[in-house]
Design a protein around this ligand. Structure first.
Ligand SMILES: O=C(CO)COP(=O)(O)O
Length: 157
């Protein structure tokens, strides 16, 4: 079995105004709404996006401006994953439901894999999301390391 990994890391800076994705499975949507209401003022200072239904509910119930992508089962998780791979997302808040299998579980796994790979801060429940949103790094530039995609490609060509 091969265990190929990117040979090097490069620097990436997250901007002070973060691009934050908000996602919740149906069984966790109410919990996300309550959490987002508590953090509404903080969230409104950043750029928000979400999967279709989650984004629409955040906008309707809380009045937050949230870019709505496709609904999760229709490809929304993959769209958020693409934003991560393109370095166009800085923080992921994803209340995934540990009790409900999803028709698009492979997409969910793929999204979480990309977040781990690209060193994106992830919160999977209210407590971890509290820690993320209360971090001083949320409102300032944050320097971190990500895999060097060019080194990866040239090592394989
Ligand atoms: O299924 C989801 C994430 O996997 C969420 O999708 P919705 O926000 O469209 O319900």
């Amino acid at each position: 079995m091969t265990d190929a990994r990117p040979p090097r890391q490069v620097a990436r800076s997250l901007p002070a105004k973060k691009r934050i994705a908000l996602i919740a499975h149906d069984g966790k949507k109410q919990e996300l709404m309550e959490w987002a209401q508590r953090w509404q003022t903080t969230l409104s200072q950043h750029q928000l996006m979400g999967t279709g239904t989650t984004a629409a509910r955040l906008t309707k119930q809380l009045g937050l401006t949230v870019e709505g992508l496709m609904s999760g089962p229709l490809g929304g998780d993959q769209q958020i994953g693409a934003r991560i791979a393109e370095q166009r997302l800085d923080v992921l808040v994803f209340f995934w439901d540990p009790f409900a299998p999803q028709p698009h579980d492979p997409d969910v796994k793929a999204l979480l894999r990309l977040a781990a790979l690209w060193n994106v801060p992830v919160a999977c429940n209210a407590a971890s999301a509290d820690f993320l949103l209360s971090s001083p790094f949320l409102s300032e530039r944050y320097d971190m390391s990500i895999p060097d995609a060019d080194a990866w490609a040239s090592a394989r060509t």
